[in-house]
Ligand binder design. Structure first.
Ligand code: 3HC
Ligand code: NAI
Length: 708
């Protein structure tokens, strides 16, 4: 919880000779909450009124200059003064205002700096307009001032990508006037102000600058519209950003500002803003787990990976990229050669694309060791096992690890489904055994499920969270069950998709509906990409324990029986002629589907995209609620982060539980109850969902609401 502050404590002023130093000190990141805005406005009034002041220096205390508007205020009624007014007061001052940027100058923070008359950067400064990541646009003059300073193309790119610039790039782009070495913003800033005063530098307002080549810029913007609409796939704010820049070109400054404000408010009111901001905070909340708060992580300076297949190699790359030395163990000489090649292939591709030098590749591979001898990992701090998904093979590996690894080494498994308690029990040190469930490709995918078995020591859990940070992963704490959080819920909504398929929707209709919702791919496309044989093997494994009364759809089995495993075999639910990555519809698949329906006596009915999504999402949310209810996920937000970071769930919807909150839990429950009339065994309302509806609460009420 960050306590509400008053203006005089978060913005202080001090005269250094004739320079008024205005310090923004609102930990942790100097966000522009109401008190900061009031403080800045008061400081400008003081500077104007005090004849002893000849210039003003804006400086941030701590690590950041200003990281932007206070995101927690969005969605609540605005409190005066609004930020555009503060920026106007800064720009209108009749004495030179200088901003010194030594850390994050993002969003509203950069907009404050753009309103100053001069900008100095230190090397650690990062300058950006990342509002688009929150479903917004720069709403305090960023869309009007940035194009004036850096040109339309560079400014639009800055706003559409949301990617910040480092100090040097910002200097080249014209966003800052000067870059100096150093880490002390006050000293550097004061020296720069003195330099400006000595040179009689005038007040210089960004608003008065003309935009270079306006006609060419307008034509370029027009071209960007189609491109942006395609790239941003249904996102609201990117096109509004373009509209604002058009206004900057076509309207006088004040009218441009009014246009920006109107479009900013439209973004604020959009559900996408609510979803994206939920995702932002949820990704920061997931690391707050009891064990990581209670215990100190063990040091991890070296890693071993057991198995050099798809996952082992990806995990090795993730660790190498984080600067760690990695020893990979494989079964025999041939397998370790393949494991090494799997790792090298990733860096080779980077070199081929010109994104890595040969020397850098050699340096990274210099930290990689391949071996077939467990004795070589006796001293490593942490081991990640990624051998075949077979409990006996895994237990044998863990017995070996138990024999050779030093005391206190963390022993992790990357299993997707297997019982980690049982794996831990095969060692004499279950307190050191944990699940680290990476997602494929492991060097790219952000999600890392940290699976916490019954006997694991808290400092091992803390170590896993620390490792995730080092590997730049988004960690989610999960309990032990079949499939943990993500794959367990996936299995259920995949089943809902199979029922829809058998009941009358084609795989292509289902995939299109799911894409229409915002996922990059539908479930049958995902099956084809991952390989149909993987799910088939799981289904066979589970056949013995399946409830004979439960509905089972055999269509995928019929497809696998033909050897159609998806992209890698050239056909699955789709056809992939000549190795095409985008599949084409396959009449033979539709014939198989028809035959299976006929065999089951199903008369196919039609489903609209909305009907498809209601079932798909109801299944996802209901199992999500079960996962929270059983304590497999700590909070609903952990389910949300799992799906956004690991399953392609559209970030702008916040996650399945946030989606349910925004849809209304009574509505979701009513759907489930209606579906249950057809199939009560599958559609069983989660007790947590029922309870929340009864109490008139939502999932977010379980997300430590006081943090927001
Ligand atoms: N408002 C409120 N809280 C914020 C915040 C913001 N703008 N930015 C960060 N925080 C909080 C985080 O929630 C976190 O809180 P916690 O400790 O309670 O979990 C704390 O500050 C530290 O944040 P991080 O864990 O992210 O710290 P890092 O050091 O890893 O990163 C950062 C710092 C790069 C500044 C990163 O926090 C960040 O990217 N922040 C958001 C920047 C942004 O999007 N700014 C634009 C806001 S919208 C805007 O300005 C609209 C304007 O145009 C009108
Ligand atoms: P894979 O078949 O590509 O690789 C397994 C590797 O382990 C092979 O190279 C094999 O030679 C090696 N191996 C087998 N027994 C060994 C032993 N006793 N000692 C040393 N090496 C041994 O399999 P993949 O896909 O990499 O999966 C590995 C693990 O990761 C499995 O537990 C799987 O469930 C899990 N996983 C897989 C994901 C995926 O998308 N492929 C995603 C997340 C987890």
């Amino acid at each position: 919880m960050h306590a509400a502050a008053d203006a005089s404590s978060v913005v202080t002023t001090a005269l250094h000779g004739d320079v008024l130093v205005v310090t923004i000190d609102n930990p942790p990141v100097n966000a522009l909450g109401a008190a900061v805005r009031q403080g800045l406005l008061a400081a400008m009034q003081q500077a104007q009124a005090d004849a002893a002041v000849t210039a003003v220096l804006l400086v941030g205390a701590g690590k950041a200059f200003i990281a932007g508007a206070d995101i927690r205020e969005f969605g609540k009624p605005p409190v005066a003064p609004i930020l555009p007014e503060v920026c106007r007061a800064i720009e209108n001052l009749n004495k030179p205002v200088v901003a010194v940027l030594h850390g994050a100058a993002l969003g509203g923070g950069l907009e404050v700096a753009l309103s100053a008359h001069y900008r100095l950067a230190l090397p650690a400064a990062t300058l950006g307009l990342p509002e688009v990541n929150l479903g917004l646009l720069p709403g305090s003059g960023g869309t009007q001032r940035a194009p004036r300073l850096m040109g339309v193309q560079a400014a639009t790119t800055l706003m559409l990508t949301g990617q910040p610039l480092k100090a040097q790039a910002a200097l080249q782009a014209g966003l800052v006037d000067k870059l100096v070495e150093g880490t002390d913003p006050l000293a550097a800033g004061l020296a720069y102000v003195r330099e400006l005063l000595a040179a009689n530098a005038p007040v210089r307002r960004t608003r008065d600058l003309a935009i270079a080549e306006p006609q060419a810029a307008l034509a370029w913007l027009e071209e960007q519209k189609a491109e942006t609409a395609k790239k941003s796939r249904g996102l609201f704010s990117p096109l509004k950003i373009i509209e604002c820049v058009q206004a900057a070109l076509q309207l006088p400054f004040d009218e441009g500002m009014a246009r920006e404000r109107a479009l900013f408010m439209e973004c604020i009111d959009s559900p996408q803003r609510a979803g994206l901001i939920h995702a932002f905070f949820a990704e920061r909340e997931v690391v707050k787990v009891p064990e990581a708060q209670a215990a100190q992580p063990r040091p991890v300076a070296s890693i071993a990976v057991i198995g050099g297949g798809t996952m082992g190699a990806g995990i090795a790359v993730a660790a190498l990229d984080a600067g760690l030395p990695v020893t990979m163990i494989e079964r025999d000489a041939e397998s370790i050669a393949r494991g090494r090649a799997n790792v090298e292939k990733v860096y080779h591709a980077l070199v081929a694309k010109g994104r890595m030098t040969d020397a850098a590749k050699a340096a990274v591979m210099g930290r990689y060791t391949g071996s077939t001898d467990y004795a070589d990992i006796a001293q490593v701090d942490l081991v990640i096992e990624a051998v075949f998904e077979d409990i006996e093979v895994k237990k044998a590996v863990f017995r070996e690890l138990d024999r050779v690894c030093k005391p206190g080494a963390v022993l992790a498994t990357n299993t997707s489904y297997l019982d980690i308690d049982a794996i831990a029990a095969s060692t004499s040190r279950p307190q050191d055994v944990i699940g680290l469930h990476f997602f494929s490709p492991a060097n790219i995918m952000k999600l890392l499920e940290i699976v916490v078995p019954a006997q694991v020591a808290p400092d091992v859990v803390a170590t896993a969270f620390e490792l995730a940070k080092k590997l730049k992963k988004v960690p989610v704490r999960a309990g032990v069950c079949d499939g943990f959080i993500g794959n367990r819920i996936l299995a259920v909504y995949k089943q809902a998709a199979d029922y829809l398929l058998e009941d009358g929707a084609s795989p292509y209709e289902i995939d299109a509906a799911v894409r229409g919702f915002g996922f990059a791919m539908g479930p049958f496309q995902v099956t084809d990409l991952a390989g149909g044989d993987i799910g088939w093997a799981t289904r066979k494994r589970r056949a013995a324990t399946r409830d004979p009364k439960a509905r089972y759809v055999e269509i995928a089995d019929r497809i696998c029986e033909r050897g159609w495993f998806g992209q890698k075999t050239g056909r699955g639910f789709y056809l992939y002629p000549e190795g095409a990555r985008m599949g084409q519809t396959d009449p033979e698949v539709l014939a198989i589907v028809d035959a299976e329906r006929a065999k089951k006596g199903v008369t196919p009915r039609s489903f609209t995209a909305d009907e498809i999504m209601r079932r798909y999402m109801a299944a996802m949310v209901n199992e999500g609620a079960n996962v929270v209810h059983e304590g497999i996920a700590l909070r609903p937000l952990d389910v949300d982060v799992t799906f956004v970071a690991g399953y392609g769930f559209p970030r702008h919807r916040g996650g399945p539980m946030k989606w349910a909150d925004m849809t209304g839990l009574p509505k979701v429950l009513a759907d489930i109850e209606a579906f249950a009339k057809e199939d009560p065994l599958f559609w069983k309302p989660s007790p947590l969902l029922v309870q929340l509806v009864r109490e008139g609460r939502n999932f977010d009420s379980l997300n430590q609401a006081e943090k927001r």
